[in-house]
Design a protein around this ligand. Structure first.
Ligand code: FNR
Length: 386
C-alpha cells in the first residue's frame, strides 16, 4: 500500500489530545529563525548565505509564488500514488535530500551526515551524500537502512582520486552518482567573506579525502592537518569541459546525474554524452548571483530531454515540491529546510521537516484532485496574473 504521508497531521492532532504539541516548527519561516539562533554564527553564515546580494537565492524561493495549482473537483483522490522510478531506482516519493557539504557540522554532535542518513532510513527520502562530509561515505551509507542513497562527486583535478571516490561509492552501495558542475570554484559570498569564513580551509568536512587511499598516498602518512588542507586546496576544483564527460561516464555503470544544468542546450549535450539524468539547480543561489530562478529554467530543460530531471533550489514546502513536479521534475530535492531541522533536533528534526513536506504535498494532491504524479502536468498550473 502507498504510504499515507498526509496522516502525519492526524498524528499531530491526536497527540494534541494529550497536550503534546510538535517540538519543531511547522513553517519554514520559523524553522529558519530558530536555526539562526541555534547554529554557531560561522556555520549559520555558511549555510544561510548566498552569492552577491543574495538576489538569486531569494528569487529561487519567490519563483514558486508566481504559480498556482488548479483545484479539480469530483476526482475522489482518496489514495495518492507518489512513487517514482529514478533511473531504475524505485522511490516511495519524489522527494530527495540535496547534497549539503557542511551538514556534518549542523547537528549538535558534529555528525550531521550520519544523522541525515538516519533521517533517510526513517523516511524513505534518499540522501544525496556530499563529497564534503565529516564522516566517511562508507559510514554514512551504513546508516541508510532500506532507503537508496546517492553520492555527490566534486570532481578533483586528480583523476585517480576521482576514480577512487567513485569506486568507494559503488562498493559502499550507493545507487547513483551526482556530479556537481557549478562549484569547481567558490562563488562570491559576502556573508562568509565578511568574517573570512570557509570551513574546509579550517579542516572541516574532509573525511572522504583523509579516508581515501589515493589521497593518503599523495599527502603521505605523516601529513599534518595543514598539509592535508593545502593538498586538498590544490586538487579540489576541476573546471571540467565537455571533453571530460566521456571520462566521467567511464568511471561508473551506476546512474550518472549532472548537477547544475540550467540551459536546455547543456541538457541536450549532457544527454548526448551518455548521462542518465539531469539535475537542474543553481546551487541555491550560493554560487552565481546571475538572477534566473532555477524554477524558471526547469520547463525548458524538461522539454530538451527525455531523461529524468531532478530539481532543487528554493523548495521550502510540500506545495513548492508539487509545483516543480507539475513543471516536469521527476524528483525534487530539498536543501536548507532539512538542514535547519537537523540543526534544531538532529535526525528527529530532519525527519520532522521531511514528513511535514511529504504530508503537505500529499494533502495538496488530495484536496486539489491529483491522485498520482502523472496527473501533475503543466496543465495543473496557472501562472498568476499581475
Ligand atoms: C549546498 N549545496 C551543495 N551542492 C553540492 O552538490 N554539494 C555540496 O557539497 C553542497 N554543499 C552545500 C552546502 C550548503 C550549506 C548549502 C545550503 C548548499 C547545494 C545544494 O545541493 C542545493 O543545490 C541547494 O541547497 C538548493 O538550494 P536551497 O533550496 O537550499 O535554497
Amino acid at each position: 500500500m502507498a504510504p499515507r504521508y498526509g496522516d502525519y497531521q492526524l498524528e499531530i492532532y491526536l497527540n494534541g489530545l494529550t497536550g503534546v504539541v510538535p517540538s519543531h516548527p511547522m513553517t519554514f519561516a520559523e524553522l529558519e529563525q530558530r536555526a539562526a539562533r541555534t547554529l554557531p554564527s560561522w556555520v549559520w553564515s555558511y549555510v544561510a548565505g548566498g552569492a552577491g546580494d543574495e538576489h538569486t537565492q531569494e528569487a529561487n524561493a519567490a519563483a514558486f509564488r508566481r504559480w498556482g495549482l488548479y483545484p479539480r473537483m469530483f476526482v475522489g483522490a482518496a489514495e495518492r500514488d507518489t512513487s517514482v522510478d529514478l533511473c531504475g531506482v524505485r522511490l516511495p516519493s519524489p522527494l530527495m535530500m540535496a547534497p549539503v557539504g557542511v551538514v556534518g557540522l549542523c547537528a549538535q554532535d558534529g555528525h550531521g551526515d550520519l544523522a541525515t542518513a538516519e533521517a533517510a532510513a526513517r523516511t524513505g527520502v534518499p540522501m544525496i551524500a556530499s563529497t564534503l562530509s565529516q564522516d566517511p561515505m562508507e559510514e554514512v551509507a551504513s546508516r541508510f537502512g532500506d532507503t537508496p542513497g546517492f553520492f555527490q562527486l566534486y570532481t578533483p583535478t586528480d583523476r585517480e582520486l576521482a576514480a577512487s571516490l567513485v569506486s568507494r561509492a559503488e562498493a559502499a552501495g550507493f545507487r547513483g552518482i551526482v556530479v556537481t558542475l557549478d562549484t569547481w570554484i567558490t562563488g562570491w559570498r559576502p556573508r562568509d567573506l565578511a568574517t573570512a569564513n570557509f570551513p574546509q580551509l579550517r579542516g572541516h568536512c574532509l573525511a572522504n579525502y583523509t579516508s581515501d587511499p589515493v589521497f593518503r598516498e599523495r599527502v603521505g602518512a605523516d601529513a599534518s592537518p595543514e598539509e592535508v588542507v593545502a593538498h586538498w586546496t590544490g586538487i579540489f576544483g576541476n573546471p571540467l569541459t565537455w571533453d571530460d564527460l566521456p571520462w566521467l561516464r567511464s568511471l561508473t555503470d551506476l546512474p550518472l546525474f549532472v548537477k547544475g544544468i540550467c540551459h536546455p542546450d547543456d541538457a541536450r549535450r549532457a544527454a548526448d554524452g551518455g548521462v542518465d539524468g539531469v539535475y537542474v539547480s543553481n546551487h541555491g543561489g550560493r554560487q552565481a548571483n546571475g538572477g534566473i530562478p532555477a524554477l524558471e529554467c526547469l520547463p525548458d530543460v524538461v522539454a530538451a530531454t527525455d531523461l529524468p530531471v531532478v530539481f532543487d533550489s528554493g523548495v521550502r514546502s510540500g506545495s513548492d515540491a508539487v509545483k516543480a513536479l507539475a513543471l516536469g521534475a521527476t524528483a525534487v530535492a530539498v536543501g536548507r529546510p532539512y538542514v535547519y531541522g537537523l540543526a534544531l533536533g538532529g535526525a528527529d528534526g530532519a525527519v520532522h521537516v521531511l514528513r511535514s513536506m511529504l504530508a503537505e504535498a500529499d494533502l495538496l494532491m488530495a484536496v486539489d484532485g491529483y491522485p498520482s504524479l502523472s496527473d501533475l502536468t503543466p496543465r495543473a498550473l496557472r501562472e498568476l496574473r499581475g
